[in-house]
Design a protein. Structure first.
Ligand SMILES: C[S@@+](CC[C@H](N)C(=O)[O-])C[C@H]1O[C@@H](n2cnc3c(N)ncnc32)[C@H](O)[C@@H]1O
Length: 543
């Protein structure tokens, strides 16, 4: 299988593209219903933009999706649901009513049912959530997994932040990760964490080769269950091991003959694997401001967290699925650990960020080995994306156009509602201390010369030197004429002058590979560190 990245709603992708029993491990980290904003990647450019940067707000409302999803479950659409799931959702509908929480639980039921279907019998499922809805989610997963022979293994508690004051309650600093398996026969590689310093101090003795060891009892005296009575090298006792093992240990240099005439076992520090991992994970810090892996994606999870899960529940060559892959932590760790992977995300920023992350971490060649799905490749699919106007995929066409044309370097304007004509902003090197702005505007409907005049107005307001008007339809002669009246621009870093307002068609982007060809001064996706200072504060406030 080749690694696959899907741009789209995971329910459609799972149903249409992922075969039954084809995945070894699935980890998901869906939006939590915790009223916390996330997915604010590009809001580093100033106060006004920060306020606008809310692509996808982590709250749920009851709408057509809720009604449709509820009907699918209650009618057992295509036999996809267990009777336990149906009864559970029917009961929760009565108890909770048709509101935000039910919308979330219906959404998750639809998707977890598909995840169960695509897992191999030896497969495992991890669902990352927080305490806001974890107790409801556990019921949902039980109704799908345990009802069909699967097993609940653990509720992992990850301490995701350091201690902080929460208003009039205990500091809320944990996430929860549920671990389920599809059957009782599943892939499992025990993981360990190092012992603490106090434990290490017990290994006070050193061999000539420097190996540290401590000694342990070899006699079985006082132990219930017997032992082996014999004399070894003049020492008679009731031993824990038979004589054959004693000889073997001696040959391996693992016996310590004490001054008092006893025999003890030498335990080497290097042979100790560490402490078997328990379900309380306090040793994985959140991604800090200096971390190399930090990309500026607010819900980005640490690579070590995923490394632990992937190593425990899969082997090299296995297939790992993340159906809510965000900025691609699971994908990147799977690639590093030589697993094959499938990633799905509904927003184009995530897809663009993942491609960049993979390229930065593994080199350009890695992208040739990935099958990209759902990203417009021709006019037909671009038009289809432009016409997809539901609230979840709001402005996806604009985001895709801005990021594709700018080679993922522009900043997407996330603001809901009227957007003052700005879909993206890029910065380029100028002769002044400050970089200059380029405003990108995308039009999927009928465009006219008035739109070009509006763009010019916005450029004046925003003090932008250049404007790019991306249009799905061919521009009219009037539009081209109006754009020309904006004049030309050049600075010493540019090899030639260019029109202040440039009109680019989607056809040119798709068929002639036309891209923004100006040296930009801000590599948005790489300058995540700077962005995060602002967002970290924002997140603390939102939690
Ligand atoms: C909490 S983030 C995941 C973060 C990820 N674990 C990481 O480390 O980057 C949730 C992601 O789910 C995506 N998402 C939300 N609803 C989705 C859906 N129906 N289908 C696919 N992706 C979805 C969002 O776009 C967001 O990127």
């Amino acid at each position: 299988m080749v690694n696959q990245l899907f741009y789209g709603d995971n329910l459609d992708v799972l149903r249409k593209h992922i075969k039954d029993e084809s995945v070894d491990l699935c980890y998901i980290d869906p939006p939590f219903n915790s009223k916390r904003n996330y997915n604010q990647i590009y809001n580093n450019i100033g106060k006004e933009d920060r306020a606008q940067a809310q692509a996808f707000i982590d709250t749920w409302t009851w709408d057509d999706f809720g009604n449709r999803g509820l009907a699918e479950i209650l009618e057992n659409y295509q036999g996809r649901f267990t009777s336990q799931s149906i009864d559970l959702i029917a009961g929760l509908t009565k108890v909770l009513g048709k509101g935000s929480l039910l919308a979330y639980l219906v959404t998750m039921t639809l998707r977890v049912a598909e995840i169960y279907r695509v897992l191999k019998p030896t497969g495992s499922f991890y669902l990352h959530c927080d305490p806001t809805a974890s107790h409801y989610l556990k019921l949902i997963i039980d109704g799908i997994f345990c009802a069909q022979g699967g097993d609940f293994k653990n509720e992992l508690i990850w301490k995701r932040t350091t201690a902080h004051n929460d208003s009039k309650r205990y500091g809320n600093n944990i996430d929860i990760i549920f671990f389920y398996t599809k059957t009782l026969n599943y892939i499992w590689n025990q993981q360990y964490k190092p012992h603490d310093e106090a434990y290490h101090q017990r290994f006070r003795n050193k061999d000539d080769d420097g190996r540290a060891w401590t000694d342990d009892n070899l006699t079985a005296k006082g132990l219930s269950g017997g032992g082996y009575e014999y004399e070894y090298k003049g020492v008679k006792s009731l031993w824990r091991v038979p004589i054959e093992t004693m000889i073997k240990l001696d040959d391996e240099g693992k016996l310590h003959f004490t001054k008092k005439g006893g025999i003890r076992l030498k335990r080497y520090l290097e042979d100790i694997k560490g402490v078997a991992l328990q379900c309380l994970w306090e040793d994985i810090p959140p991604i800090n401001s200096q971390a190399r892996e930090r990309l500026g994606y607010p819900t980005q999870k640490p690579e070590v967290l995923l490394e632990r899960i992937i190593k425990a529940s899969s082997n090299e060559g296995d297939i790992v699925l993340d159906a809510y892959c965000g900025c691609g932590t699971t994908v990147a760790v799977s690639q590093r650990l030589k697993r094959e992977w499938i990633g799905i995300d509904i927003t184009y920023q995530s897809i663009s960020l993942i491609l960049k992350r993979l390229e930065d971490s593994f080199g350009k060649g890695v992208l040739d080995e990935i099958k990209l799905n759902g990203i417009p490749k021709d006019m037909e699919s671009a038009i289809a994306l432009a016409n997809k106007k539901d609230d979840r995929t709001r402005k996806e066409f604009e985001k895709w156009a801005v990021l594709t044309y700018s080679n993922n370097r522009a900043i997407v304007n996330q603001k809901k509602g009227a957007d003052q004509g700005i879909d993206g902003i890029a910065y380029f090197q100028s002769e002044k201390d400050e970089p200059e702005k380029i405003i990108l505007q995308v039009k999927s409907g009928k465009a006219k010369s008035g739109d070009i005049r509006d763009l010019q107005g916005t450029m004046t307001l925003e003090q932008a030197q250049l404007g790019i008007f991306i249009t799905l339809e061919e521009p009219t002669k009037d539009m081209i004429k109006t754009a020309k009246t904006a004049g030309i621009y050049q600075n010493k870093f540019m090899s030639q002058s260019c029109d202040r307002i440039q009109i680019v068609t989607i056809q040119e982007i798709l068929e002639s590979n036309k891209r923004l060809d100006i040296r930009l001064s801000l590599e948005v996706l790489k300058s995540a560190e700077k962005q995060m200072e602002v967002k970290a504060i924002q997140m603390e406030l939102d939690i």
